[in-house]
Design a binder for this molecule. Structure first.
Ligand code: ADP
Ligand code: MG
Length: 264
């Protein structure tokens, strides 16, 4: 594992709302987030869960600076962000190796060191042997792992992860969980992790924000008090069942506007 450069980071949202304006008609505007406030400290691992359309991806895009909030304020400190998108956005014209190298080139890492780092992450992602393939030659799960390798290799201070393991098969996902925990522990990053998977939301984060249906608001914040270091054995911890129930109750609790559906 290559050590990170551990810059301090913090993310502060103060009464942030986000409306997507319809080009045709104001009545079709979408209020994605309403008065969202939180602080995420340096090296914290925060999970975000909530129904589809409640603004989870919007939050990550606001942190990444892809969007400006309609109202409210966002303060970011030292957050050199890496983003693992819900669907990998590998460059189709670059090989797996070239894709992973890209972030390193942007960071000015020397060519020789780039190769060492890329080899390390190819190994960790179990993609050795696929370095010279193009994304379309890989399965969806392998493409996603290449996207993870690219984000991890660039060693950002803050990792934004949007349902990053959805397309990865169950067995490999266990490996991905333990790898992320290992990277987070050793490289001391801040992680903002969006997931639909309740087990993932308990196994990985320090705290979980449970969002209401649209407009997304934080309904509940659940501290995940499982001891660290964690592994899949943590799922056998007696406290795990309590946390799972708390998370499910929070997700399915009726909100005032009754927009939360049980489908999630
Ligand atoms: P989630 O990730 O929780 O599923 P999103 O943040 O993607 O939710 O979207 C929140 C809401 O905002 C959804 O209703 C979605 O349709 C809408 N939305 C997201 N992006 C845009 C956009 N660029 N233009 C218009 N509406 C959008
Ligand atoms: Mg989303």
């Amino acid at each position: 594992m290559v050590a990170g450069d551990s810059g301090m980071s913090s993310i502060v949202f103060s009464n942030v709302s986000q409306t997507y304006h319809s080009p045709s008609d104001e009545s079709h505007d979408t209020v994605a987030l309403k008065n969202v406030s939180f602080t995420i400290g340096d090296q914290e691992f925060v999970g975000i869960v909530g129904p589809s359309g409640c603004g989870k991806t919007t939050i990550l895009n606001l942190i990444a600076g892809f969007l400006q909030p309609s109202t409210g304020e966002i303060r970011l400190e030292g957050a050199r962000c890496g983003y693992v998108f819900q669907k990998n956005n590998l460059f189709p014209w670059k090989t797996v190796r070239q894709n992973i190298e890209f972030g390193l080139q942007m960071n000015g890492v020397a060519k020789l060191q780039q190769q060492t780092i890329v080899d390390e992450y190819l190994r960790q992602m179990r993609l050795e042997g696929f370095a010279d393939q193009y994304p379309h030659e890989l399965s969806i799960g392998m493409q996603q792992r290449a996207g993870l390798a690219r984000a991890y290799a660039a060693q950002p201070d803050t990792l934004l992860m949007d349902e990053p393991f959805v397309s990865i098969d169950a067995q490999m996902r266990l490996h991905m969980h333990e790898l992320l925990l290992d990277i987070w522990t050793k490289q001391k990053k801040t992680v903002v992790f969006v997931t639909h998977d309740i087990d993932e939301a308990i196994l990985l984060p320090d705290r979980v924000f449970v969002f209401s249906g649209r407009p997304g608001m934080i309904k509940e914040e659940i501290p995940v008090t499982l001891p660290r270091p964690r592994s899949h054995h943590s799922l056998n911890d007696p406290h795990y069942g309590v946390l799972r129930k708390q998370m499910i109750d929070a997700l399915f609790e009726k909100t005032e506007d009754k927009t939360l559906s049980r489908q999630e």
